[in-house]
Write a protein that binds this ligand. Structure first.
Ligand code: NDP
Length: 293
């Protein structure tokens, strides 16, 4: 069997076109020009590339972006002070703090300082709580990208056995929560799964992953999931992005797993582009609700 390749790049392009149309309508009808503030602390090369890509994507969708660069010696209180200013700036609708932050900064304090109404990464306790209760203000970008990809590829999740490997606050946990809801971003067939979440302490991981009709992997370990860990015909979503020499690879060994899976996302070109598209979606949502409508 050769797996169907789930082309995240082309789906993300389609979503970005849809967003651009909605942005134009928001500007036209209500005079609101969505604006995303990106805060970048230090000189981490990967973070600089990520922020640049987000700025370019914003521009193409008609969303304004403003970059706030701070030196790597910035303290927690200096960063929190900048965030309080951005929270009060009515021309800024979304705030993104690029992670990772330098070691001396208390990440939790910083993320908690972003106003929940501008928290386009959906990291704040309020937004996490709303997601968990099934009444989200914003959906977290990478998990939302996974659900959009599945839905737009006509892969239903309702009633399916889903295994998520990884329990981070950014990917694994919110994804589990989204799979569990009674309705998803694209309706009830895009949720309602039976979900198992695995992590570094899970015993006999392969026995669990082999059960999955849909297997999502987000652990940050290059080529970790091999074909013998995958059920034949399964849908495999590889969230991982790892640098191996000058190549980017996922957490799934694409070469062996694509021979046994029914469908698989490539890395790059799978979930990564969708994550950015969902950030644009959240910025548009933040702008739409910014004047109380
Ligand atoms: P974290 O490091 O925050 O979390 C990794 C998770 O994987 C943890 O829950 C950890 O378990 C689990 N884990 C680690 N080793 C194993 C193992 N051997 N077996 C089972 N579980 C294991 O990573 P993130 O969630 O932030 O990112 C995961 C990957 O996804 C990375 O490659 C990252 O670059 C990528 N990523 C991609 C995005 C995209 O847009 N495509 C966006 C965000 C991330 P434990 O909790 O027990 O430590």
């Amino acid at each position: 069997m050769t797996a169907r390749i789930l082309d995240g790049k082309s789906i993300a392009l389609q979503i970005r076109k849809e967003i651009a149309i909605e942005v134009a309508a928001l500007v036209d009808r209500r005079g609101i020009e969505p604006c995303l503030a990106a805060v970048l602390v230090g000189e981490d090369p990967a973070s600089q590339v990520y922020v640049k890509n987000k700025e370019i994507a914003c521009e193409k969708a008609g969303i304004r972006s403003r970059l706030f660069r701070l030196p790597s010696s910035t303290s927690t209180s200096e960063l929190v002070e900048l965030l309080s200013q951005l929270n009060c700036d009515v021309k800024i609708h979304g705030i993104l703090v690029q992670l990772p932050l330098p070691k001396q900064i208390n990440e939790r304090l910083v993320l908690d300082a972003v106003s929940p109404a501008k928290d386009v990464d959906a990291f704040s306790p309020e937004n996490v709580g709303l997601i968990s209760q099934g009444r989200p203000r914003f959906l977290p970008c990478t998990p939302h990208g996974v659900m959009q990809l599945l839905g737009r590829c006509q892969i239903e999740t309702a009633g399916k056995e889903v295994v998520v490997v990884g329990r981070s606050e950014i990917v694994g946990k919110p994804l589990v929560s989204m799979f569990l809801q009674k309705t998803g971003p694209l309706g009830p067939t895009n949720s309602n799964a039976t979900v198992t979440c695995c992590h570094s302490q899970s015993a006999n991981l392969a026995r669990i992953t082999q059960r999955a009709e849909i297997l999502v992997v987000a652990i940050g370990k290059p080529n970790f999931i091999t074909s013998e860990m995958v059920r034949p015909g399964a849908v495999v979503i590889d969230v991982g992005i790892n640098r191996l020499g000058d190549k980017l690879v996922g957490d799934v060994d694409f070469e062996s797993v694509s021979k046994i899976a029914g469908a698989i996302t490539p890395v790059p070109g799978g979930i990564g582009p969708l994550t950015i598209a969902m950030l644009l979606r959240n910025t548009l949502t933040a702008a739409s609700i910014s004047d109380g409508f």
